[in-house]
Design a protein around this ligand. Structure first.
Ligand code: GUN
Length: 293
């Protein structure tokens, strides 16, 4: 069993980005600039956004964080998005999800200029990804592709079972894994809450990508020997022995499944760090105007 070290891989990618940023700056360009909009005080979202801002500093980017109370109106949020669309000093920005119930996330995502949509959530980028045109790929799926590639995991002709159909992970992941490319060329099955006899699919899987947010959902009896396991879950479960009062649990029962796996991601330290690295990579592409050249 090989552990897929997301932390190490993320650090390697961030070093590559930092070297490119240093080169850009040496050539007289300003630092790439990522902005993040955060609404409310959900613990997970605050941590993620703070980590994204810290990562910007590490690679030499500029960053701006706009943190609003969850009483902000949809109109006020849309105004802020339009201001960021127009601000030439900002290369890309994200609106951290989820948003409070009174704000329509689709309206918000569609308001973002696709050229600055470094999360890759705008329908324009989703459509371009599906069509195989240059696009910002959503960071978590792109990070999983990086892990597969950097660990040289064979994907061609393999059966990849994606558990979960969210717009952020499951749905784009299934499309990317089926593409005529490496990593890709898989036969893909998407399983979700309405799937009948889900274990009958996961038992046939050469690669499992679990993204449903149910702690330890995938158990040893659900996988075959030699499976590659990518665990996207990061559910906070109470843990009185931790200073924070919680710990992160993946969608896979790691202790049970790891001995049957050829490759597996840990939680934490697997997919999570890659998401941040790929967001930075998209921001660098935005600064270099690479995607919509
Ligand atoms: N919420 C969970 N994952 C993400 C992400 O990748 N980007 C944003 N903006 N919100 C998220």
């Amino acid at each position: 069993m090989t552990l897929l070290d997301g932390k190490k891989t993320s650090e390697a990618i961030q070093q590559e980005i930092a070297a490119e940023v240093a080169e850009l700056k040496a050539g007289g360009a300003r630092a790439p600039h990522l902005a993040a909009i955060l609404v409310g005080n959900d613990g997970g979202s605050v941590t993620y956004v703070n980590n994204k801002v810290l990562a910007c500093e590490r690679v030499g980017f500029a960053s701006s964080l706009f943190h609003y109370e969850d009483t902000i109106t949809e109109a006020e949020l849309l105004n802020k998005i339009e201001a960021l669309n127009q601000d030439d000093a900002i290369d890309g920005f994200i609106v951290q999800l989820p948003l409070p119930k009174h704000i329509d996330p689709e309206k918000v995502l569609e308001a973002i200029d696709p050229q600055k949509d470094v999360d890759g959530f705008h329908p324009m980028n989703v459509g371009r990804m599906v069509a195989g045109l240059p696009a910002y790929l959503p960071a978590t799926p792109a990070g999983i592709l990086q892990l597969l590639e950097r660990y040289k995991i064979e994907t061609s002709g393999k059966h990849c079972v994606v558990i979960g159909r969210s717009n952020i992970v499951g749905s784009p992941m299934s499309i990317l894994m089926a593409k005529s490319a490496y990593p890709g060329n898989c036969t893909v099955t998407i399983c979700h809450s309405r799937t009948v006899d889900l274990p009958s699919y996961t038992r046939q899987a050469d690669i499992i990508i679990a993204a449903i947010g149910k702690p330890e959902f995938v158990t040893a009896d659900m996988v075959k020997e030699g499976v590659v396991v990518i665990d996207v879950g990061t559910t906070r479960v109470p843990d009185a022995s931790r200073k924070s009062g919680f710990r992160l649990k993946g969608d896979v029962n790691f202790d049970e499944v790891a001995p049957k796996s050829s490759f597996i991601t840990p939680v934490p330290g697997g997919v999570g760090p890659l998401t941040i690295a790929m967001l930075l990579k998209n921001t660098l592409k935005a600064a270099k105007k690479e995607v919509y050249a």
